[in-house]
Design a protein around this ligand. Structure first.
Ligand SMILES: [Zn+2]
Ligand SMILES: [Zn+2]
Length: 202
């Protein structure tokens, strides 16, 4: 099967699977000069924004276009290219800002809740499990759904996040990537913080 067909096939399966019980979609918006992937997850009438790194209005428009109520703004880590619009969106939409507790000393504003590894976030009928993946920053997280995962700057299609910035650790990143490898399954859709969305193949 040609590569693009394989990808398409997996995407269709994913949507069908989700449609059994409800309707969930993920929209990718590329924002800021850093070309950050901001994602809007919509399930029924509820929505969550992941990594709003700029272009506030574009993100809000995407939520409104889908007639959804924004419940959460989830930040995979504290870097500005993932957090810049968080407070502006919160002001307009009264949503709650979530980030992992280990980012506390690096973040320039107060979130509504500090996440921990054991936590789970519910949007409509979709559950996102919090996977703590330090390395790029101390409190970097991935968000695991059924058949998909948001990886922030921990993992990209062609590599992984840098570890030479504040709170970074190459040893931690190595362990985090091993942790992810155990979670990944063939066909899982991966939504990284920069670059192409891709499907995991063993
Ligand atoms: Zn980053
Ligand atoms: Zn980034």
């Amino acid at each position: 099967m040609p590569k693009f067909l394989g990808h398409f096939f997996i995407s269709v399966i994913h949507i069908l699977y989700k449609e059994k019980g409800n309707f969930m979609k993920i929209r990718q918006l590329i924002v800021s000069p850093f070309l950050t992937n901001c994602y809007v997850l919509i399930d029924g009438i509820e929505a969550a924004v992941i990594d709003p790194g700029g272009e506030t209005q574009k993100i809000i428009n995407e939520v409104d276009k889908n007639g959804a109520i924004l419940k959460y703004i989830i930040l995979t880590h504290f870097h500005l290219d993932h957090t810049l619009s968080a407070q502006e969106i919160k002001k307009e939409k009264v949503a709650k800002i979530f980030i992992h507790g280990d980012e506390k000393n690096f973040l320039k504003f107060e979130p509504d809740e500090f996440l921990t590894e054991k936590g789970e976030i519910k949007i409509g009928k979709t559950y996102l499990e919090i996977i703590h993946t330090p390395g790029h920053t101390k409190g970097s997280i991935c968000l695991l759904g059924k058949g998909f995962i948001f990886t922030g700057d921990t993992l990209f299609k062609d590599g992984f996040g840098r570890t030479d910035l504040l709170g970074g650790s190459p040893a931690d990143l190595e362990l985090s990537l091993l942790k992810l490898k155990k979670i990944f399954k063939t066909g899982m859709k991966i939504y990284p913080g920069h670059g192409d969305v891709f499907t995991y193949q063993k």
